[in-house]
Design a protein around this ligand. Sequence first.
Ligand SMILES: Nc1ncnc2c1ncn2[C@@H]1O[C@H](COP(=O)(O)OP(=O)(O)OP(=O)(O)O)[C@@H](O)[C@H]1O
Length: 295
Amino acid sequence: MKLTSGPAGSTRQSTMEGTGFADSRQQEAGAVAQRQTVGESFVADPRMTARDVAVYYGDKCAIRSISIDVGCNEVLAMIGPSGCGKSTFLRCLNRMNDTVPGCRVTGEIRLDGEDIYAPSVDVVPLRARVGMVFQKPNPFPKSIFDNVAYGPKIHGLTRTKAELEEIVETSLSKAGLWEEVKDRLQEPGTGLSGGQQQRLCIARAIAVSPEVILMDEPCSALDPIATARIEDLIAELRLQYSIVIVTHAMQQASRVSQRTAYFHLGDLIEVGPTERVFTNPRHRLTEDYITGRFG
Ligand SMILES: Nc1ncnc2c1ncn2[C@@H]1O[C@H](COP(=O)(O)OP(=O)(O)OP(=O)(O)O)[C@@H](O)[C@H]1O
């Protein structure tokens, strides 16, 4: 994947602008330098592009001027201390923030070049194209089969029962769950173990042929073995989809992702190839975080 650095336009304005004092100007330059995203935010062939994205909850600005691409067939990890805005940004990518009262999103986000916030965009098909897997596995109170079949049915993706069965089997296979559940498809999804439930939720996302899968700390409720299975699965899914994952586990980010984005207090501080970000961070705040001095 070819990477490119952030343009000058990704610099955010300092709140000290216009003070007129020399030392203030120096501080301002420092503040701007600190808030400019360093590294490689952009890729040559993006699946999604976010430009100058800000999110407000009421009057409170949760993230400011975020510009970043999501590449095809990459896992992009988003890391940073609690409350820095990772989940808020993730939710912008499939307009999940639309469901949060008082939440306002500004800037521009495109999927395959199409503005996903355009008034003409229907969020139901959008959320099939940009699927989401949550922190806590949340299967529907339905059978294993129906959990996976539900999406294709409501999106009209199949014409016959055989086609639907085919999608269910393929999705469960891709999610690494088919062998474990093929003889109990009519049992409730909620009867599976936590790790199996999370793979069921991944199968549910896959069943509607997404282009991007968003994962918000998908392993935080799982034991190490179930976590390892999901991480292996993420590596396989990348071959077909783009994946954006929020994780608190830096080891996990380094294991599963090709690029890592570091957020800090609502700013996107640094983006780059994962190995480089973890071994040779360019921004002091990134370094402080990954070495455990902050967060
Ligand atoms: N629904 C909401 N209403 C008001 N403020 C919110 C809401 N959701 C998030 N926030 C605030 O927005 C900021 C960013 O929160 P967000 O959950 O995106 O951070 P995060 O980096 O994902 O945190 P964590 O790692 O703890 O999940 C925080 O200050 C948070 O309190």
